[in-house]
Design a binder for this molecule. Sequence first.
Ligand SMILES: *Cc1c(COP(=O)(O)O)cnc(C)c1O
Length: 444
Amino acid sequence: MRYFSTRDLRQEWPVTLDAALSAGLAADGGLYVPERRPSVKVADFDGLTTLPAIAERLLAPFFAGSSLVPQLGAICREALDLPCPIVALPPSAEGESYLLELFHGPTAAFKDFAARFLATCLARLRRPDDERKTVLVATSGDTGGAVAAAFHRRPGFRVVILYPDGRVSARQAHQLGAFGDNVHALKIDGNFDDCQRMVKAMLADRHLAARFALTSANSISLGRLLPQMAYYAYAALKLRRESGIGNGESAELPTLIIPTGNLGNALAAILVREMGLPIGDIHFATNANRTLPDFFGGGEYHGRPSVATLANAMDVGDPSNFERLAWLFRERNLRQSGIHAHSVDDATIRRWIAAGESRHGQVYCPHTACAAEVHQRLRDGGARGRMLLVATAHPAKFNDVVEPLVGHPVAPPPALAELLQRPSHSEQLVASKDALVARLEQGW
Ligand SMILES: *Cc1c(COP(=O)(O)O)cnc(C)c1O
């Protein structure tokens, strides 16, 4: 399989998977996409039940021709051996609803799956005499922790995290500074856009990128998109198998509702549906950042500055992965492709966090609360059939928002609890590329 940039419209500059994984962003500023869309059938997965086994089968065509082919099974087992339970919500007359819990990894958010997979691939692509790579990552809270956990103590890598001072939850901030060793946390005097600008400016500067052996692990990296497809395939197969309908028979397809910001997670679900696995309509649940709802409502695509909300990991005004989505549907009408987008405001997020326990038996994080609201709107609008809501983070990660609304403490899962007990250290830095260069030069 070859990969092209979304901006290389005549497909003149193919790269290998190995090159695409190592580069992150394409040289022309576009995003890497596969040259073709492999097809799969439910029967291709007969006998495969675990996430790593399903991932290995699903991703095999994407790895064709890569030096990692012989290691794909081992990579999936090492990186994706995380629980992803499907939990039933209280039954209703309109149909069954389920929650796909993606927050059982080391940092309690779905980004652990992708960050671990990317780190495992990059570690295996590394040659013994390569110089040490610096993974530079800007984070609005969850990405930085997941990337740090994935590269922590990996020989040949160090991680430098930039996060906006005062704009991540207290637990997120603690977590980012709690790894130590080869992980360095910088709190930036600015917002997330400033952090992202600094990282992009560094990576785009060939001289600096070479001097510090920079690499990126941001959410547009192909190495993060591919593994996210695995849990959607897993969920689609599990729901199909449990429905008792045989392979090849037609069945009603489950509707997916996905908390969405930069559009990486939801794009993976769309790709799995495009490959042929049984997934029905896909709904993006966004917060007050309305770029996607406005587009799917019929407007032009109009990227804009982000607004701060309670669901801070989705505070994105110009979702990077929209470029991949537009490329994927370049010959079809994206607005008539079974994809929808809905905006949920902070007051409604609060209401769903407060009501989640009595109505669904769930304490929701602010992001998952957006999916709960979209689910309710669809049911109220008469939608029937099975629905799968994606739970993107554990509520304990956002205890400062969640606990006052539910009225009791929310215990962090064990891995997060362990991190929160470690001491945490981060350094203040002004929001400028020069300051970052000076800090990297100083070393650790
Ligand atoms: C990153 C994140 C999202 C948004 O995911 P995208 O891939 O950027 O759309 C949603 N919820 C949580 C908890 C996240 O950390």
